[in-house]
Design a protein around this ligand. Structure first.
Ligand code: GUN
Length: 295
């Protein structure tokens, strides 16, 4: 079997079109959703993510308030900027790009963001609400994975999903969303990580594999059941002298071999990646609606 490729770019285009028309309706009421974006330092991957986020905001009519701060920025300065954005009624969402430089306490910064403006869904208040199944801002990459499955016609109810990776940004939240007693959930979830013994034993039993290890070739063809759905969250830069920029992007899955066994698979790039930014836009529009009593 050769897998059908899930076109994350197209799903993202569809959702962004829906959001653009919502933003236009809000504009008629004089409401412009605003996103505060903070990048500290010069990490090349973070710079390109942040630029893509700002561009995407502009394309659908979200106002973005961009702050690029030098790597030596003090934690107090960053906290003061977050506090200003917390109080600014024009800002509905605040995004502090991670990772932060080592001298800044990441959890102190995330905790300082008003949970009602936490469009990344990283504040412990939103994490807790998500775990107990209350309405919350859902973190963008895992929410994007759930939307990709849903819009590709994959029903997770009763399925065995194996998540590979236990990060706070992807593995833990996606596992949690999948066990919720609601549409897009109701799955049986196994969460594997670096201390899992015999990863392949688990992944071979999966109806759906979500690879979020952050390491190329974590999931190879021998680890995949015939007909499984494979979602690759990884974005890894590997050296490639044939490319002008000197590298290419690969996921966590051995795509070429695994696509011969899977029924559905996401590519890298063009799979989960475009969904992350899309769900950030979604959360920002939701936040603007909530701030104006529209639901
Ligand atoms: N770094 C990697 N992924 C993310 C994300 O989704 N949000 C933020 N703020 N930083 C990140």
């Amino acid at each position: 079997m050769s897998a059908k490729i899930i076109d994350g770019k197209q799903v993202a285009v569809d959702i962004r079109a829906e959001l653009k028309s919502e933003v236009a309706k809000l504009a008629e009421k004089g409401i412009v959703p605003g996103l505060g974006v903070i990048l500290v330092g010069e990490d090349p991957a973070s710079k390109s993510y942040v630029s893509a986020k700002e561009r995407a905001c502009g394309e659908i009519g979200i106002f973005s308030d961009d702050h690029r701060l030098p790597v030596e920025t003090k934690q107090e300065e960053l906290l003061a900027l977050v506090e200003r954005m917390n109080k600014d009624p024009k800002i509905n969402g605040i995004l502090v790009q991670l990772p932060l430089p080592k001298h800044i306490d990441e959890s102190a910064v995330l905790l300082a963001i008003d949970p009602d403006k936490d469009v990344d869904g990283f504040h412990p208040m939103n994490v807790g609400k998500m775990v107990v199944g209350e309405k919350a801002f859902l973190p963008c990459t895992p929410h994007g994975v759930i939307q990709l499955l849903k819009r590709s016609g994959v029903n997770t109810c009763g399925k065995h999903v194996v998540v590979v990776g236990r990060s706070n940004i992807v593995g833990k939240p996606v596992a949690n969303m999948l066990i919720q007693k609601q549409e897009g959930g109701n799955a049986t979830v196994t969460l594997c990580h670096t201390r899992t013994k015999d990863l392949g034993y688990h992944t071979r039993q999966a109806d759906i594999i979500i690879a979020a290890s952050g390491c190329p070739n974590t999931v190879t063809a021998d680890m995949v059941k015939e007909g499984a759905v494979v979602i690759d969250v990884g974005v890894n830069r590997v050296e490639d002298a044939t490319r002008e920029r000197g590298y290419r992007l690969v996921g966590d899955v051995d795509f070429e071999a695994v696509k011969e066994k899977a029924s559905l698979i996401t590519p890298v790039p063009g799979g989960v990646g475009p969904m992350t930014i899309t769900m950030l836009l979604y959360n920002t529009v939701e936040s603007a609606k909530r701030a104006n009593g529209i639901d």
